[in-house]
Design a protein around this ligand. Structure first.
Ligand code: KG4
Ligand code: ZN
Length: 335
């Protein structure tokens, strides 16, 4: 039987990523992260597109070299079609289309959020269907029931900010550079999560809301820094721990409710925020207490990467689901 070898491209935001997969196994997973955005406190779309243009060809050459794969061995080209920044998506989409056309091989368009969930199938052990997945990233917070690789039901989602956005916005208020989520995680390790209390959202069903937490942090910091201008620097670790605790408690409450409602005990985390050490521990703890089987991807497969695009494409390849050259990237989640 001939091998299935897929080259996968991810360029939805500020990381250019390329991976090579052979028969379901990742041979190489490369990322070029864009540092330029740190100066601006957030991703600047125009700069992101330009940096993708600079990185995409050399990164692909490097990935193929490391994987020991030649262009004429490829079976298909996969790319992130969306959601994401339109200019960034256009770079990956056009590159993938051009390469697929030149090599006369199939093109496979991947939904970024589906790929975050399917990142669970890169390594063993992976969750068994049906499973619950809490996908938490910079742009999305979804609680889904997964019945198959491309068969899911949305049980709940955020009605305003995403969990990663809440981390990043809180970090900005605390004077930390972008992206602040990982820095909050680091500082929180030496802080007391119960030092300060922030509003806990009361949202119906299995939905989430993070804008109230953000406002509560802002008003609290404004009041405290009026009394003591050094309040933030003097209490940074406790502040980070308390913010993180508030966000995670909200995330976990709804996840626990979803387990109760569905009776499903296969429970997974996905997306960039699943790299958070306290969220990972909270899931493991809840799993022990509730007798759930819990799953979290390795760190490199939590934040944006092309290995997750490759594995999602592998499932599509096996099912014969290919895309037309006319396919256009989409900026918004149609999910
Ligand atoms: O999935 P991802 O890499 O990109 C999107 O699809 O958005 O997620 C990025 C988000 C950012 O908001 C970042 O701050 C957050 O994930 N993040 C974290 C951690 N690592 C990444 N948030 C909290 N703790 C972390 N360790
Ligand atoms: Zn992502």
């Amino acid at each position: 039987m001939t091998s299935v070898i897929i080259l996968a491209i991810e360029s939805s935001c500020d990381d250019t990523a390329v991976a090579v997969l052979q028969d379901g196994r990742i041979l190489c997973n490369k990322i070029a992260s864009q540092k330029v955005h740190e100066l601006y406190g957030g991703v600047v779309p125009e700069l992101a597109s330009r940096a993708h243009q600079q990185h995409i060809v050399p990164l692909t050459q490097l990935a193929l070299k490391e994987a020991g794969i030649a262009l004429d061995q490829l079976s298909a080209i996969a790319f992130t079609a969306g959601p994401g920044l339109l200019g960034s998506l256009m770079v990956g989409t056009s590159f993938a289309k051009g390469l697929a056309l030149a090599l006369d091989i199939p093109l496979i368009a991947i939904h970024h959020m589906e790929a975050h969930v399917l990142a669970h199938f890169i390594e063993e052990p992976h969750p068994a269907f049906p499973f619950l997945c809490l996908t938490v990233s910079g742009g999305h917070t979804h609680l889904t029931r997964m019945d198959g690789p491309f068969s899911s039901t949305m049980l709940g989602k955020t009605i305003d900010d995403a969990a990663g956005e809440a981390f990043d916005k809180a970090a900005k208020m605390l004077g930390l550079p972008y992206p602040g989520g990982p820095l909050i995680d680091q500082h929180a390790r030496s802080g007391n999560p119960l030092a300060f209390k922030f509003a806990s959202p009361q949202i119906p069903e299995l939905n989430y809301s993070f804008s109230g937490i953000k406002t509560s942090i802002l008003y609290f910091l404004q009041a405290e820094t009026r009394k003591n201008p050094d309040f933030i620097t003097q209490n940074l670790n406790d502040l980070c721990a308390s913010v993180q605790y508030t966000i995670i408690r909200h995330l976990m409450k709804k996840l626990e409710k979803a387990v109760q409602q569905t009776g499903i005990r296969e429970v997974a985390l996905a997306g960039g925020v699943s790299a958070n050490s306290a969220l990972r521990s909270a899931l493991i703890e809840a799993g022990k207490n509730g007798n759930w089987n819990t799953y979290i991807p390795a760190f490199e497969y939590c934040t944006d990467n092309a290995a997750m695009i490759a594995i999602a494409a592998y499932y599509k390849f096996k099912e014969g689901i290919f895309s037309h050259q006319q396919i256009a990237p989409f900026a918004n989640a149609n999910y």
